[in-house]
Design a protein around this ligand. Structure first.
Ligand code: FAD
Length: 438
């Protein structure tokens, strides 16, 4: 057997897997097509690029993703370590300076003597028998995506969108006020742009009327429900945005003591606060329409300088429950393991977890022992339940998912209230994890 493990894709999953394997003494060949070739969403030269938000979401373990952070830290995750080292203030969320984060991951992976980097696009799947991990993500290069589609015979695409970023100096600070929701975490890690009811109505009307990027003839846009474009949400009802990304609860304006009708929240992109992300404002409006509508209709952005516009992208995933074995290897070609967003997990942290799990599965295969999955009651175990289809009702259509408590096995006994249930999930996960990661 070829001793090297080939990893295709140096994103979150691929970098995590490469580092885990190298640290375990396994030689790795890591293929990453950047900087020679970039997907439409990738711009940085390094590994592990966060393509949209700079947030790894809540760091509070009473939230399923915060629990996953905790488990990844306990399992020795490279990505979580680098995120902690490059953290920027963001309330109780784990947000990072994306450039420093990518640089840190790149440096740590490249410092591993057992990692060989190949700076080229993989246009075919490794033929075997050497083991390989496919971690090319939601924007897998076309040639490879075509081969994977042929192998899987399954649907490979749905659509996702990213939010714009504005330059700090172009935000009107007479209008914006600093406050994080309910004053959590740093209290002032967010800027808020307040709307009264009339301004909000006019904004929603402008979104509905604004010109959208037309899908190509053969495309039927299908969006991830957790990342809907704002104009799609606006089309579902006039107050939907005000109850979604523009929700003003916990964001009273300190200057008036009153809660606005709606807000646009801005989250800092870097520690110095030179760039701010419009939280939840992913959109497929044309760039011209975005500039016009945001400048004319969002209070405080009249002179906004956009560092990145919102965009919409293909998001490739395979039907994991049908195609993958329990250890994330492809049933039809067991030398190929899949990891990250391409398996139908959704999110940076979930993709990282996929890389860690695939690395563990590869180590078990190489050692000739059966795969030892994490206990089901842990967040890592819940992700595997999702990938195997066991977290979903029989016959349900497979859709990408973030880590959420509904993926976990049901709790025993009757527990009253959401908080009590969250604590019970947390307690069970903490009790079970040491069986896997002593
Ligand atoms: C537009 C968009 C916005 C998103 N926004 C968010 C967000 O805000 N928050 C969030 O939590 N998640 C977001 N996601 C979801 C997802 O979690 C991230 O995309 C995440 O980066 C996936 O991690 P990954 O390691 O699976 O893939 P990636 O991080 O995309 O890594 C894959 C790597 O493989 C490389 N590659 C691709 N094809 C080839 C090839 N043929 N040969 C060699 N290299 C190749 C790419 O250059 C890339 O570096 C978004 C996804 C998309 C598409």
């Amino acid at each position: 057997m070829d001793d090297r493990v080939t990893i295709l894709g140096g994103g979150l999953a691929g970098s995590e897997a490469a580092w885990q394997l190298a640290r375990a003494g396994v030689p790795v060949e890591l293929w990453e097509m950047k900087p020679e070739r970039r997907s439409p969403a990738h711009v940085l030269p390094g590994l592990a690029e966060l393509v949209c938000s700079n947030s790894l979401r809540s760091d509070n373990p009473e939230n399923a993703v915060g629990l996953l952070h905790e488990e990844l830290r306990r399992s020795g995750s490279l990505i979580l370590a680098c995120a902690d080292e490059t953290r920027v203030p963001a309330g109780d969320a784990l947000a990072v300076d994306r450039e420093r984060f990518s640089e840190r991951v790149t440096a740590r992976v490249e410092a591993e003597p057992l990692v060989t980097r190949v700076r080229a696009e993989a246009t075919a799947l490794p033929p075997g028998p050497g083991l390989a991990i496919v971690a090319t993500g939601p924007l897998t290069g076309d040639a490879l995506a075509a081969e994977i589609a042929g192998l899987c015979g399954g649907r490979l695409h749905f659509y996702d969108a990213i939010a714009p970023i504005v330059a700090a100096g172009s935000i009107d600070l007479e209008v914006a006020y600093a406050r994080s929701r309910y004053g959590k975490g740093g209290g002032a890690d967010y800027l808020n742009l307040p709307f009264d009811a009339g301004q909000y109505r006019a904004f929603v009307e402008a979104l509905l009327a604004g010109e959208k990027v037309a899908p190509r003839a053969f495309e039927e846009p299908r969006y991830f429900e957790g990342c809907l474009p704002i104009e799609v949400m606006a089309g579902r009802g006039p107050e939907v945005l005000a109850h979604g990304p523009m929700k003003p609860v916990g964001l009273e304006d300190p200057r008036t003591g009153r809660r606005p009708h709606a807000v646009v929240q801005l989250r800092r992109e870097d520690e110095a606060g030179t760039a701010w992300n419009l939280v939840g404002f992913q959109t497929r409006l044309t760039w011209t329409a975005q500039r016009r509508i945001f400048r004319e209709r969002v209070p405080g952005l009249a002179r906004a300088e956009f560092l990145r516009m919102g965009q919409v992208h293909r998001n490739t995933f395979i039907e994991a429950p049908r195609l993958l074995d329990r250890d994330l290897s492809l049933r039809a070609r067991p030398h190929l393991f899949f990891a990250g967003q391409i398996t139908g997990v959704e999110g940076y942290v979930e993709s990282t977890a996929g890389g860690l799990l695939a690395a563990r599965a590869v180590l078990d295969r190489r050692a000739g022992r059966p795969f030892r999955p994490p206990p089901e009651g842990t967040a890592l175990g819940a992700l595997l339940r999702h990938l195997s289809g066991r977290a979903h009702p029989e016959g349900a259509e497979y859709q990408p998912s973030n880590v959420v408590f509904s993926l976990f096995p049901p709790l025993e006994g009757r527990l009253r209230g959401k908080q009590a249930r969250k604590l019970a999930y947390l307690e069970r996960a903490r009790r079970q994890l040491p069986e896997w990661t002593p």
